[in-house]
Unconditional design. Sequence first.
Length: 204
Amino acid sequence: MTEPESKLRQRSVGRLDRSRDPAILNAALAALTENGYDATNMDDVAARAGVGKAAIYRRWSSKAALITDTLLYWRPDLLTNDAPDTGSLAGDLEAIVERVDRNDNDMVTSDLVLRVALEATHHRELATALDELMLFRGKRLFSLVLAQAVARGEISADRDWSMVADVVLAMGLLQVIRGQTVDAKFVRQVIDTVVLPAVQTPST
């Protein structure tokens, strides 16, 4: 199911030449990857794209709107909450790792998305543009997978597993703060050392 689009994230309407959009989005991604959100500026993006800054503002209302649209241009899956359903918790968790591994090869990696989401905690406009979709998507994904495991009877239904999903999110953010990469290897390590031991521990 696709989430409703943020008004801030929507592009400008009207008779614009959309043929320049890919060049602008490419330039924005390059600047974002090199500099991070804070240090990315419209002058640099315009120079990289070979357009005037006014051309960007005719299409996007702000840097926050442009950067959010840039991420979604290559990763439209960020707007969905589809969780894998392989028939087992182990299979679902492995599917999450495989999904992250595929994203690691994309122009917009899960690591980059999480770094932008972390910066959004200091930028109200960016947080509004993101609609919290990216920051909390991973938490929702793990929550859904654990809920499916409860429904199958694989793990206890008497415990609140939301804290496990919170810990996964917190560990990802801590990895970013440390300047390290959130990739498939890291996600697998979190699953093996935190998620599986937690859900496999009998309740007392």
